[in-house]
Write a protein that binds this ligand. Structure first.
Ligand code: HXC
Length: 513
């Protein structure tokens, strides 16, 4: 018996030491924490229940038989975050470079299976050299086992991936199938093929950071939802993100108790500029409408012409989708449509009501957009809103033009409450463009074409560039004083909190991917 205890003690000590003090030192020198240090910070103190600490790989090839480190390069288990259970894995770069072999993968699959059965979020802290080269196809099989579970878990429990070191090759596809990706700024990268292969195939010279660093994925590809200056920051962002999410698709997000105070926000009356072409910051409107300090923006620097993020309004967790007139006049383009569509689908899957602020001049014209399938990408957003059964509330602050009016959570595609500010312009297009088309002949033949254009533009604007016609048709439910926007949203959230809508029976829809 003593013998067992001693052996157990020895193995546990080995597991805790991971790849040993030198490799841990190297990890620290690179500005990275170890797998266990990360978990210690992530979970509520004293709540970590580790499993499979003694697992070792089963490979003898390439001298691996002599190198068996208990835990096999990944720490797995369960713990609490703000008192709620989560399943976690944290790859240990000090053990075989955190590389993923058969048993390493089996550990991750086990916590994923438990998370799925018990309805708890899955959080992966990734820091790995990829498929364990010595294990060959068994490592690839391990990845596929994880990919399969990522898909089974999608829409059932929230899945969060933090990239805190290398993540290359097919390994990127597990994070890609999770709901949120966070990347540490100077210590992580993600790519399908690294700089050497890129050089060999395309002759392009590129660094790891240029190819797949956090900045690139936060600005160009949109792969990363959040970036963090270091491990500590990354972990605090994961905890914050989770505070908006339900445990699983059957539950509501964690609403906070809220005491109504004076909900009037007079400042909202002065945000829209007098000129319809002058930009303003939609985030000022969002900030005025949400509970103080609660707006948590995602993908801030990717497709900034649309703003997405979580917030609380009157204690309710909501997902915000908003056109941003400060960037590209708030136009919908390929990237903005894709960004918003995925977010809408996440919110819908996890019972998070959607609040949509609209100031959109339309879809971005041009060959670049058409050739990059703005048709299909714009349709993604249209599809995502149309199929969403969560409470949906729209506020049109200024422009709602053309097809983009329909797409941005219009009444016609199932929104529950649609409000317009008196400054709203709901029309097929802007007054100038419209006048140039429908009054072209009159303008051409006028003595003073410019004066005639201005007059026609004024007439068109007077007729259509306002919210009245839409209100008269019932396409907006009410034209509201901007100062009452927050109050109206809280009332609408309260009225729709038990909304229950089912989609027609089918296997699944066919969103234009
Ligand atoms: C086995 C690995 C490994 C791997 C690293 N190590 N990657 N062992 N399989 N994939 C080991 C190293 O041998 C070393 O062991 C230790 O981890 C640390 O690695 P270093 O190279 O010393 O670290 P560093 O200089 O920081 O470089 C990190 C690295 C580099 C950039 C990740 O190790 C690297 O390029 N690794 C290979 C990456 C790769 O090609 N992976 C396969 C990708 S394809 P010692 O004992 O010396 O400490 C893939 C396919 C997935 O993943 C397919 C899914 C469908």
């Amino acid at each position: 018996m003593d013998d067992i205890h001693q052996k157990l003690e020895h193995l546990r000590k080995q597991a805790l030491e991971g790849g040993g003090s030198q490799r841990i030192e190297k990890q620290h020198q690179q500005g990275k924490l170890t797998a266990r240090e990360r978990l210690h910070l992530l979970l509520d103190p004293g709540t970590f229940e580790e499993i499979d600490m003694l697992i070792v790989h089963r490979t003898d090839d390439f001298g691996m038989g002599d190198k068996k480190i208990p835990g096999d390069g990944v720490v797995t288990g369960f713990g609490l975050i703000e008192g709620r259970p989560v399943a976690v894995f944290s790859q240990d770069f000090t053990v075989f470079g955190g590389s993923l072999g058969e048993m390493h993968a089996q550990k991750i699959c086990k916590i994923m299976d438990t998370a799925l059965k018990n309805g708890m979020p899955i959080i992966g802290l990734n820091d790995s050299g990829g498929a364990r080269i010595q294990e060959g196809v068994r490592a690839l099989a391990g990845y596929a086992d994880i990919f399969y579970r990522n898909v089974q878990a999608s829409g059932v429990v929230p899945q969060i991936s933090a990239i805190m070191g290398p993540c290359a090759g097919g390994a990127v596809y597990s994070p890609a199938m999770t709901d949120f990706i966070l990347m540490t700024e100077s210590t992580s990268y993600m790519f399908v093929t690294g700089p050497n292969v890129v050089k060999a195939v395309t002759n392009e010279e590129v660094t790891h950071a240029e190819l797949g660093g956090a900045e690139v994925h936060a600005t160009k590809s949109g792969v990363a939802h959040l970036t963090a200056k270091d491990d500590l920051h990354c972990i605090s962002l994961i905890r914050k993100l989770l505070s908006y999410l339900p445990q699983n698709h059957r539950l509501k997000p964690p609403h906070q108790p809220y005491k109504p105070t004076d909900e009037l926000r007079p400042r909202l009356r002065n945000i829209i500029p007098s000129s319809p072409t002058q930009p303003y910051d939609m985030k000022e409107i969002i900030t005025e409408c949400v509970d103080e300090g609660s707006f948590f923006e995602l993908q801030e620097n990717f497709a900034p012409n649309i703003v997405i993020g979580f917030a609380r309004i009157g204690g309710f967790v909501v997902g915000i989708v908003a056109n941003q007139p400060l960037a590209l006049a708030g136009v919908l383009d390929v990237q903005a449509s894709r960004k918003a569509a995925r977010f809408v689908r996440f919110c819908d899957a996890f019972n998070i009501p959607l609040i949509v602020f609209v100031d959109v001049p339309g879809f971005l014209p041009g060959t670049d957009q058409e050739w990059n399938a703005i048709i299909l990408n714009g349709a993604k957003l249209l599809y995502a809103f149309s199929e969403a059964t969560v409470p949906r509330i729209t506020i049109i602050t200024r422009k709602a033009y053309g097809g983009a009016y329909d797409v941005m959570n219009s009444k016609h595609i199932g929104a529950d409450f649609n409000y317009a500010w008196p400054t709203a312009e709901i029309a097929v297009m802007g007054a100038r463009g419209a006048s140039e088309i429908i009054f072209r002949k009159e303008i051409q033949h006028a003595k003073d074409p410019q004066a005639m254009l201005l007059e026609k533009e004024r007439q068109y604007a007077e007729t259509f560039a306002n919210p009245l016609i839409a209100a008269q048709q019932g396409f907006v439910d009410e034209v509201i004083d901007p100062a009452f926007t927050r109050h109206k949203i809280i009332r609408a959230l309260d009225l729709t909190k038990d909304k229950n809508v089912s989609l027609p029976e089918r296997k699944h829809g066919n969103i234009p991917l």
